[in-house]
Design a protein around this ligand. Structure first.
Ligand code: B12
Ligand code: SF4
Length: 616
């Protein structure tokens, strides 16, 4: 069968030159400003790639399209031309309105196609989503690989799709829930998305044993933690790194180090198999220790993102975070010891937030000194304890998600108006990624001493010397990084190019840039530098003595690219043609005006609306 897996845009986006539509006509929320949708929004949901992988393994024809940045005109065209038996859409809170519009369009163009919806917004509000979007035939709740495959088998046989466990369906005008479906016990039975698709997102487990009040993990995966075996993950890593053009992956498990022993084995396996790539992961501060961090760093861990949320012990307690301030500070120190960059995810507006707790948070950040931190304002997502408690307390009606045009429901849980105003005015000045602790050259040298001849640690030392203007030493360590097999050698060549430039050696600079661009053509720093150098040559900069400013950096910033299906990019020619080959990476091309979106500084939005009392 022909299966189109779609990630629809949030609403009707105007094409270039077209006026913005009003929200009542399907356009963006009335108060929407460019930048409100952060870079993460535009990533293809990994779940679509997982569903695609299962369907491909079963012999179906599959296309995955990320339409999240497409103009409505382009969505209409894509839907019109795509002849699929099944359209399957991923529904998140932020794109719920776009899902509603897209399923309408699919039904109009393909009256006989089967329309399936799933994902983190559909899961906690299945009845409501089916009621408000009557074009949907079947909705899959939560983990969906097994339900989806059963649906496909039935459709292929021409059998009824009603009653599949884990789904919601229609009986006449009724919306009916099928039997519940157990979680997949052995995740190794699933085909890995990395066997079929290019993506820099990587997952090794599902679920999280904790239950923070703002988080929807439990609603998606049920209680508890399930993981792929170490050999399965290592095989998938081999596939993912072979495909990746810049050897950097984001491991995006809810809490990657939940099982420390497993992660230790994984890290040792990465080294045994000589897999060379840099990676980041997300976790909690209370499931780390020195041995683990040391092994993680040796295996290429470059960044550790920690769910810290607040510096107030009261709020930590209110949100059931089950960690202490001391644990946070200790974890950050341990990670720094081995040169792992520490990023704190922080939140504003959780339960109990006051001017005092907010001050405590800022004071705490000054003390804990992460390399980076980023704040976001509380969003109340269906499926969270916040949502349930707000409904119970009577200040939230789930219909708002269908009748109002907001992107996500960003409201402080119970802060006073004064506190909200304080948070908003601070946030307006402090949006996006904030830089904190910067290790000194001595710090970097000490880390290198602890790790031995470790390529990424050498590059850190090279970077530190470069900032100090010690070009000889910087070049030495950049060469050492190369000699010890740095996974992104282009970044070491970039330093060598910058150094050659500072020394006035134009031809060496050119040579190094050419080598760099061949090895890591999509790293942001390289793209910037190569463009600047090109412009400089075009203006006959060397002859005219014009200045050339280059960036000497090697931070964990991923790729500059927009490419289907990992990220929204233009649909390639012939996108609607079906063939029997497994999908390959589609050609790189400019998209429709979003520019590149990966790992750009996040620009989350502040609290817009105060919560409204629910009409009784
Ligand atoms: C890792 C992660 C990310 C990563 C990777 C996401 C990705 N590309 O998959 C990054 C950082 C990119 C990310 C981004 C965002 N995330 Co996020 N993310 C998570 C996290 C921690 C895990 C998700 C996960 O395990 N994915 C693994 C895959 C296999 O699962 P999946 O994509 O959900 O798909 C499964 C099911 O949902 C379902 N399904 C999904 N789509 C479809 C479609 C069909 C047709 C069917 C049948 C089934 C189906 O079946 C899939 C297979 O079982 C969750 C928390 C959690 N544990 O759920 C939050 C979470 C899902 N994210 C959340 C949010 C809000 C976002 C952002 C919108 C944030 C933002 N403002 O930009 C963006 C946009 C999402 C996107 N386009 O990817 C919210 C979702 C809430 C909501 N109701 O919308 C969650 C629940 C966290 C929270 N705050 O509580 N996220
Ligand atoms: S916020 Fe993190 S630790 Fe808390 S429940 Fe969600 S995934 Fe688990």
């Amino acid at each position: 069968m022909r299966i189109a897996l779609l990630y629809p845009p949030p609403w009707k986006i105007p094409a270039a030159g077209e006026p913005r539509l009003l929200s009542k006509d399907g356009g963006p929320p009335a108060d929407f400003q460019e930048g409100d949708l952060d870079a993460d929004f535009f990533q293809t949901p990994y779940g679509l790639l997982s569903l695609g992988a299962q369907a491909l393994r079963a012999g179906h024809q599959v296309k995955v399209f990320n339409l999240s940045a497409f103009s409505w005109r382009a969505v209409e065209q894509a839907v019109a031309e795509l002849e699929a038996d099944v359209f399957a859409l991923s529904c998140w809170t932020a794109n719920r309105r776009g899902v509603g519009l897209t399923v309408k369009e699919i039904r109009r163009r393909h009256p006989r196609a089967h329309i399936i919806v799933g994902g983190p917004h559909a899961t906690p509000l299945p009845r409501e989503v089916m009621r408000h979007y009557p074009e949907i035939d079947t909705l899959c709740e939560g983990e969906s690989e097994a339900s989806f495959m059963e649906l496909l088998q039935r459709l292929e046989r021409g059998a009824s799709t009603k009653g599949v466990a884990g789904t919601w369906y229609r009986e006449g005008s009724d919306i009916v829930q099928g039997a519940s479906r157990d979680s997949i016990r052995n995740l190794d039975e699933l085909a890995s998305p990395h066997a079929y698709f290019d993506t820099h997102i990587f997952m090794t487990s599902r679920g999280c044993p904790w239950a923070c009040t703002f988080c929807g993990a439990e609603s998606s995966w049920g209680r508890g933690f399930r993981a792929n075996s170490v050999p399965y993950v290592l095989d998938a890593l081999e596939q993912a790194t072979a495909r990746a053009r810049v050897k950097m992956l984001q491991i995006k498990d809810d809490t990657f180090t939940t099982n420390k022993k497993r992660v230790l084995e994984l890290c040792r396996g990465i080294r045994d198999r000589k897999l060379k790539f840099l990676w980041s992961c997300d976790t909690r501060v209370d499931v780390l220790n020195e041995e683990l961090l040391y092994e993680m760093r040796l295996a290429g861990c470059q960044r550790l993102s920690l769910g810290v949320e607040t510096g107030s012990p009261t709020i930590l307690k209110n949100i059931d975070k089950k960690i202490t301030i001391d644990e946070i500070v200790a974890a950050a120190e341990m990670a720094k010891k081995f040169g792992v960059h520490v990023r704190f995810y922080m939140m504003l507006g959780n339960r109990g937030e006051t001017a005092q707790t907010f001050r405590e948070t800022l004071e705490f950040l000054a003390r804990a000194k992460p390399h980076q931190y980023i704040f976001s304002c509380l969003s109340v997502f269906p499926g969270t304890h916040d949502f349930q408690d707000a409904e119970r307390a009577g200040w939230l009606d789930r219909e708002r998600y269908f009748t109002e045009d907001f992107q996500e429901l960003k409201v402080p849980f119970d802060a006073s108006d004064d506190t909200t105003a304080l948070l908003n005015s601070w946030f307006a000045q402090n949006k996006g990624l904030q830089e904190g602790y910067a290790p000194t050259t001595d710090d970097c040298r000490a880390i290198l001493g602890r790790l031995g001849d470790h390529a990424p640690a050498h590059l850190d030392v090279a970077g530190a010397y470069y900032q100090d203007g010690e070009l000889e030493l910087a070049a030495h360590h950049a060469h050492q990084a190369l000699a010890h097999g740095h996974p992104t050698p282009g970044l070491a060549y970039n330093y060598l190019a910058c150094i050659a430039h500072l020394r006035g050696d134009v031809s060496a600079m050119q040579q190094h840039f050419m080598t760099a661009a061949k090895t890591d053509p999509q790293h942001q720093v390289l793209i910037t530098n190569v463009q600047r150098a090109r412009g400089w040559f075009a203006e006959r900069g060397p002859e005219r003595g014009l200045p050339l400013e280059l960036v000497g950096k090697h931070d964990f910033r991923l790729l500059e690219r927009t490419e289907q299906p990992a990220l929204p990019g233009a649909l390639p020619e012939g996108f609607a043609e079906w063939d029997t080959e497994a999908p390959r990476a589609l050609p790189l091309s400019a998209d429709e005006g979003t520019g590149s979106v990966v790992d750009r500084q996040r620009q989350p939005i502040e609290f817009r609306s105060r919560r409204l009392p629910v009409a009784r």
